[in-house]
Design a protein around this ligand. Structure first.
Ligand SMILES: [Zn+2]
Length: 213
């Protein structure tokens, strides 16, 4: 069983890499935003509670987000584990996950925030298969994997990007530091090219798994 979390600033490449890691290690890819939306769409018990918050523009409380993740993480039929993208994003969520067994936290580390801004403004995402690509790579805006029309995320603009970077520094970095003190963090230099980042992640996951499991 492999239980991973992936964290990093917006634009650090979490979507792209998690997609590939999940496939390679046969992990369930749990994207927090997606599972929350799914529960709301399916009008489950948790979905109804969350709708009461999101419909009035409020954040869903941490313990409820974690309940949703737990539901996903318990149902691993056919998988060898899971990778959660992106939670816990603040200390409150981490506290709500204190009983979880987590093997490793992949940290896509970027120091130069201009790289993040450039990447985010260039980014395109496939609404169907979740492939993350860019205007540079896919100028025709067609998903190279499934043929769907690629979209720009509504919050991929400079103003919200800057806000998300501040939020990451204030809320998520303390979570990463805290996992670091627990010896759980797998640090990745995410300023390298995509292929190098991916190779470094796989290499470090392999070594990490040999050591801990
Ligand atoms: Zn696609």
């Amino acid at each position: 069983m492999i239980r991973l979390i992936i964290l990093g600033a917006p634009g650090s490449g979490k979507g792209t890499h998690t997609y590939r890691i999940a496939e390679k290690y046969n992990l369930k890819h749990i994207v927090v935003g997606d599972v929350v939306k799914q529960e709301i769409r399916d009008k489950t018990e948790l979905g109804k509670i969350m709708y009461d918050y999101t419909s009035v523009g409020k954040f869903v409380p941490s313990d409820i987000v974690v309940d949703v993740l737990e539901k996903q993480a318990k149902d691993l039929k056919g998988f060898d584990g899971f990778i959660i993208d992106t939670a816990p994003i603040n200390m409150e969520q981490k506290e709500a996950m204190k009983d979880w067994v987590i093997d490793g936290v992949i940290w896509l580390k970027i120091k130069n925030y201009d790289i993040l801004r450039e990447r985010i403004l260039d980014r395109l995402i496939c609404p169907k298969c979740r492939m993350v690509t860019s205007k540079t790579i896919s100028p025709d805006r067609i998903c190279p994997y499934c043929g769907a029309v690629l979209e720009q995320r509504y919050d991929d603009n400079l103003e919200t990007v800057n806000k998300r970077i501040v939020q990451y520094e204030e809320k998520t970095l303390p979570v990463i530091k805290s996992y670091q003190r627990e010896g759980k963090v797998i640090e990745i230099d995410a300023e390298q090219s995509k292929e190098k980042v991916y190779a470094e992640i796989c290499d470090k996951i392999d070594k990490f798994l040999k050591k801990t499991i």
